[in-house]
Design a protein around this ligand. Structure first.
Ligand code: PSU
Ligand code: MN
Length: 305
């Protein structure tokens, strides 16, 4: 299995030195944001993590290997190549065996991070239960992964393209704790407040680290969702994002968009309908998550034992 993993020199060195490492996903680069802001954001997020004293490891599949840590040129490739496939748990063996270019989702990045021994992963938003899932069965594989793979996922909650109430119900059933930072409620990506309470509020990295370490010390495999709200001054107006979300959902239904294409379609439509203004919020929240994730990784590393 270790033959399938390839570490960037910076990450290999960090592993040897026992430093805090933060995993980053690549579907957010290939399918979540437009070029060139996607690549620029990916770079800036890595820089923020280094400035906080941790080591970033952006994860993707290239040349038949799971790559833990990418070069500038590889970030650029993922940001520009129409060949980059969106890779979730189901798709990993195909993209590795075929040697194609794979951008990993939250689910696939969790799998790869766990294989690489990385406990903290920073993203923008997690996938979830889609609206109308009672007929479409569209529930992101991210949720099952959170149920089984032991990685803490720092995010800005979940987008309101999803049914956030059902997403939280699903996570509860699967035993996945949802921890909120700085507020009681679960975050809704572009807006700080989803209107639903998170399970636990833990404002400091030390509290979050103790929580995560205790879960795993109990033998309770699986992830933890760390919900970090977008800063209020960089959020979108709720009424605007709600109206645009409804329109994007209606267009997806009218065009019969299904399967793995649903989320990228909705993300692209929201971006277009807000004339890019949602992108500024998106970039801000990812950077905000990078700071929280780096602190969490450092705090976990500092725990005794
Ligand atoms: N939500 C976002 N931005 C994203 C994604 C979700 O706000 O870029 C990406 C993540 O990679 C996530 C994936 O894991 O979409 C979920 O896709 P699906 O709903 O098809 O499982
Ligand atoms: Mn889906």
């Amino acid at each position: 299995m270790q033959d399938l993993l390839e570490f960037a020199p910076e990450v290999a060195e960090a592993r040897r030195a026992g430093r805090a490492i933060v995993a980053l996903e690549s579907t957010i680069i290939s399918h979540g944001m437009p070029y060139p802001q996607n690549v620029q954001t990916a770079r800036e997020v890595e820089t923020l993590i280094r400035a906080a004293g941790a080591v970033p490891a952006t994860i993707a599949v290239l040349g038949g290997k799971i790559r833990i840590g990418l070069t500038e040129a590889e970030l650029e490739l993922l940001g520009q190549s129409p060949e980059a496939l969106k890779v979730s748990r189901r798709d990993l063996p195909y993209v590795i065996a075929s040697g194609r270019i794979g951008a990993t989702t939250v689910a696939a990045t969790m799998i790869c991070a766990a294989l690489a021994g990385i406990a903290v992963f920073v993203t923008g938003g997690i996938g979830g239960v889609h609206r109308g899932a009672e007929t479409s069965f569209d529930i992101s594989a991210d949720l099952q992964e959170l149920a089984r793979t032991s990685v803490a996922v720092v995010c800005a909650g979940a987008k309101s393209i999803l049914d956030i109430g059902l997403t939280l119900e699903y996570l509860e059933t699967q035993g996945v704790p949802v921890v909120s930072v700085g507020q009681d409620n679960f975050a809704a990506f572009y807006t700080p407040d989803s209107g639903f309470k998170a399970d636990f509020r833990l404002d400091t990295a030390e509290e979050q680290a103790r929580f995560v370490a205790t879960k795993w010390a109990l033998g309770l495999a699986g992830g933890v969702v760390v919900s970090n709200p977008v800063p209020a001054d960089q959020a979108m107006p709720k009424s605007e994002i709600d109206a645009i979300t409804e329109q994007a959902l209606a267009e997806a239904a009218a065009q019969g968009i299904a399967g793995k294409a649903v989320t990228p379609f909705l993300l692209a439509r929201i971006k277009a309908l807000t004339e890019g203004r949602s992108l500024a919020s998106n970039i801000a929240l990812v950077k905000n998550n990078a700071r929280v994730g780096a602190q969490l990784a450092l705090a976990l590393n500092a725990l005794p034992g």
